[in-house]
Design a protein around this ligand. Sequence first.
Ligand code: AP5
Length: 298
Amino acid sequence: MRIVLLGAPGSGKGTQAQRLTRLRGAPQVSSGDLLRDAVARGTELGLRAKAAMDAGELVSDELVLALIRERLGRPDALHGFILDGFPRNIAQAEALQRMLASLGQPLDAVVLMDVDPAVLSKRLTGRRNCARCGRVFNIHTSPPDASTPCVDGTPNHDLRQRPDDNEETIGNRLEVYAAQTRPLIDHYRDRGLLRVVDAQGEVDEVFARLEAAVGATRPARPHRGARRRSAAKGSRGTGRAKSARRSPLRRKKQGTGPKAKAQKAKSKARTAAKARRSRAVAKRPTKRTRQSRPRRPK
Ligand code: AP5
């Protein structure tokens, strides 16, 4: 699965990407998270990105592309990924297209998370992220409960509000989205990649629609370590029939190998031919019945 989640700030890209990752195994690659991590670690890239982020502007393409290129090169992303918040403008979309073409890994779909702009501000001001497990919550619509335990198994999260989730910066982020990111909708529609999901309603309902929209795309292939682990458990998870996974010797013993199957088919055909012959013989008139026929008058 190689998909992009496209949508306005607060449309639910991060919330749904986390769920999709848990279900499908493909990693969530969020340009916002990568940038916030760089800022928190005080890297040179983070220091250069911080001012734009605080103002709700886009960080320069050069910095974001460097982060994305490095992240998509990691082993867990080689067989699929969910891009969240990237690309954000036409230049980034074209750079992504070139990057994926050189890796021979084109996008499967771009999903637009479609939300009425009127609800976005309330969603964003109510958002809280857990600093320990990274889950996204909302103090109005989805506060933590027993069904969303933190890393220690309890529902006690370390909730933080993002510095750019204030009224003023939110206003600017929405304007930047309309001017620079929204043109990507037509860009991907023209390329036949766009799928639109109604991203309003319960989070579970939205997820069901998202699943249906991306259902036809390939599931992420587990990376080698995971494949080896599941092979050790006795299942390769390749989707092949059970008999095809058995060893040739075992198949021969159980009569499910190709030779045994051919022999079975031959003997079935022989039995059928024999039955046909005996039916034909039974239909033929016997000597006695011929003799007992009344003679035609001469
Ligand atoms: P980024 O972190 O990408 O922020 P964003 O695009 O503004 O998106 P958000 O994370 O705010 O929203 P979301 O759609 O993920 O919503 P969420 O699921 O959290 O970017 C931050 C900054 O980094 C940018 O401003 C820019 O400066 C920079 N940047 C990032 N990428 C860049 C790039 N490619 N190029 C240049 N600069 C870049 O949900 C929001 C809230 O709503 C949550 O509280 C959630 O619980 C709630 N919610 C979700 N679904 C529902 C629902 N169905 N019903 C009710 N509430 C819901």
